[in-house]
Design a protein around this ligand. Structure first.
Ligand SMILES: Cc1ncc(C[n+]2csc(CCOP(=O)(O)OP(=O)(O)O)c2C)c(N)n1
Length: 569
């Protein structure tokens, strides 16, 4: 007899899931045990939200859904953050939680929450695992996560149902492709919930105030025809700018590099695809979407006479230029929320790029964004009025000089994210991870655990603020226990500095954005990790290099001043 729990575990194992992240309650112990029997490791974490984030990053790096398992009620309620993050940041995540059985008396309200209703809006598939549905819902949920735009699925399984024998007949050959197809038909579009952005630009508008694009339904186009069209437009463009975003498939990384390098095209990226091009190359203009130096980047966007949105997903953009500047969209999948700019036909990127690369570069461009690139660089090095503690730019230079190009960098959310997002010189695809669609604090440390487990041979660096660090520093113990060592730098300014700067910008009284320091070194040591505090870039570099060489975790507290960020933004 195969129980529902055993069948669930087996289906996950057969789908190539080697690890499930989570934090248990009594109601999921049987499933956990079946996962163990099926050879699926359980990565025990200290908060469900952290487990979900770690799982999603782990999954995306492995090209499969990450899986998080929680108990019912409170454990399941803690999934809102990672499911939202998965939805808005396109990181595939299957969440499974316990739930009360359907046949409990209606008066039984203890730990009863309308979980499906709560999570339906941020997931692509919700379902109940039962003796009759298990063989169907697990493949469908996994497929839904991987259908683009990548996202989340949510399943519940009651402790009572977990013990029942499976009564369903496994669908003869539910291939992933078939499952994706049926999911695509059954998932309701949420596009009607979104309207074109109409808010005023925050300093990004052109004087002409270009037309706003609306969003609507989508059609598929001919990639070859699209390539001919773009090559034609590029013939006359004097200042083209390719903006690469979240909606690309990383299997096209080499093609994308060839295109922008061989044609010497000016290129910008959004933070979620940092590393897709070499950010030290001469044609790299910068990172768009609200990072440091965003004013310069917005001016560069406005200065382009042909803006090419290659997989650009506005979910990352905190301003409205994407709706107001004329963008030549080249998308192969709908953006988050199922959105496709009005009149845009989706094209296969690989076929499009192959067709494009069959052409010669239609023109030559001689650094048309040179002045913007110079201003972007200058901002990082403008120390006038610096506070005297370590200049934020020195943290980047010190670490970039000693960490190898394959180093995976994760950031949390705050001023430090803007700094690293713009200035960390990413060199390789999939080496930079931040929460940008959701922008949820608490991401950095958990993402580092997921990344290290997915890529054990790559050094991992987590850059976090002291606010975010205090949200989940306890996961350092997890990292030690599960063998996922990484270097963490904590930028200590005893404040939620990004919010403090925003308060200043709004000319409000300083109010409740500062806190007393918690000793970073002691927190690290309390979790069994070596800690260090330094204000010296050389000491920082040496310590980071040594920790990477020894494959040991290290936490470095670096005093910074929130005021120094002012000049960078
Ligand atoms: C979960 C969550 N809560 C609140 C916010 C709003 N928020 C954005 S940045 C920030 C400050 C972060 O402070 P810290 O981690 O110290 O980083 P810093 O800005 O100082 O670099 C806050 C509170 C958020 N993005 N996510």
């Amino acid at each position: 007899m195969t129980t529902v729990a055993a069948a669930t575990a087996k289906l996950l194992a057969n789908a190539g899931i080697e690890r499930v992240f989570g934090l248990p309650g009594g109601e999921v112990l049987v499933l956990m045990d079946e996962l163990r029997r099926a050879g699926v490791d359980f990565v025990l974490m200290r908060h469900e939200a952290n487990a979900g984030i770690a799982a999603a990053v782990y999954g995306k790096l492995r090209g499969q859904p990450g899986v998080v398992l929680t108990t019912l009620g409170p454990g399941a309620a803690n999934l809102m953050l990672p499911l939202s993050s998965s939805y808005l940041d396109q990181e595939p995540l299957l969440a499974i939680s316990a739930q009360l059985p359907d046949d409990f008396p209606p008066s039984h309200t203890h730990q009863l929450l309308p979980l499906h209703d709560a999570y339906r809006p941020v997931t692509k598939y919700v379902g109940t695992i039962t003796s009759q549905t298990v063989d169907e819902v697990i493949p469908r949920a996994l497929a839904a996560c991987m259908e683009r735009p990548f996202g989340a699925a949510y399943l519940t399984l009651s402790a009572r149902e977990a013990l029942k024998p499976v009564t369903s007949v496994a669908p003869a050959a539910t291939t992933a492709a078939q499952a994706v197809h049926s999911v695509a038909q059954s998932v309701p579009t949420v596009a009607q919930g979104f309207s074109p952005a109409t808010a005023a630009l925050k300093g990004c508008a052109t004087e002409e105030g270009r037309a706003t694009e609306g969003f609507g339904t989508h059609r598929r186009g001919d990639p070859r025809q699209k390539a001919v069209e773009l090559a034609g437009l590029l013939q006359t463009a004097r200042r083209p700018l390719v903006v690469i975003g979240l909606g690309i498939d990383l299997s096209n990384a080499q093609r994308i590099r060839r295109w922008v390098n061989e044609w010497d095209l000016p290129v910008a990226v959004t933070p979620k695809v940092k590393g897709i091009v070499d950010e030290t190359a001469a044609n790299f203009v910068g990172v768009v979407s609200g990072m440091a130096a965003d004013e310069v980047m917005c001016e560069a966007l406005n200065a382009a006479d042909l803006l090419i949105g290659f997989g650009l997903d506005p979910v990352e953009v905190d301003k409205t230029w994407h709706a107001e500047l004329p963008i030549h969209w080249i998308l192969e999948a709908p953006n988050v929320g199922g959105l496709v700019p009005h009149g845009t036909e989706l094209v296969d990127h690989a076929q499009f790029l192959d067709a494009l690369l069959a052409h010669q570069a239609p023109s030559t461009w001689h650094g048309p964004f040179g002045a913007f690139q110079e201003r972007r660089r200058a901002k990082l090095n403008d120390r006038s009025g610096a506070s005297g503690v370590m200049w934020p730019g020195d943290i980047i230079s010190a670490l970039a000089a000693v960490l190898p190009p394959e180093t995976i960098v994760t950031t949390d959310v705050g001023s430090h994210k803007y700094l690293f997002g713009q200035y960390w010189p990413s060199l390789q695809p999939e080496t930079f991870w931040m929460s940008n669609g959701l922008s949820g604090m608490g991401y950095g440390l958990s993402a580092a655990i997921g990344a290290k487990l997915a890529r054990p041979d790559a050094p991992v660096l987590a850059a976090v603020g002291d606010g975010g660090f205090s949200m989940n520093a306890q996961e350092l113990e997890t990292a030690e226990r599960v063998g996922a060592p990484f270097v963490t730098v904590v930028l200590e300014d005893s404040s939620y500095s990004l919010i403090k700067l925003s308060q200043e910008g709004k000319k409000l009284e300083p109010y409740r954005v500062d806190f007393e320091p918690i000793d970073t070194v002691k927190m690290a040591e309390a979790c069994g990790v070596e800690g260090l505090r330094t204000s010296n870039p050389d000491e920082l570099a040496t310590a980071a290099k040594r920790a990477v060489a020894r494959r040991r975790s290290l936490v470095v507290g670096i005093p910074v001043s929130y005021a120094d960020y002012r000049r960078l933004f």
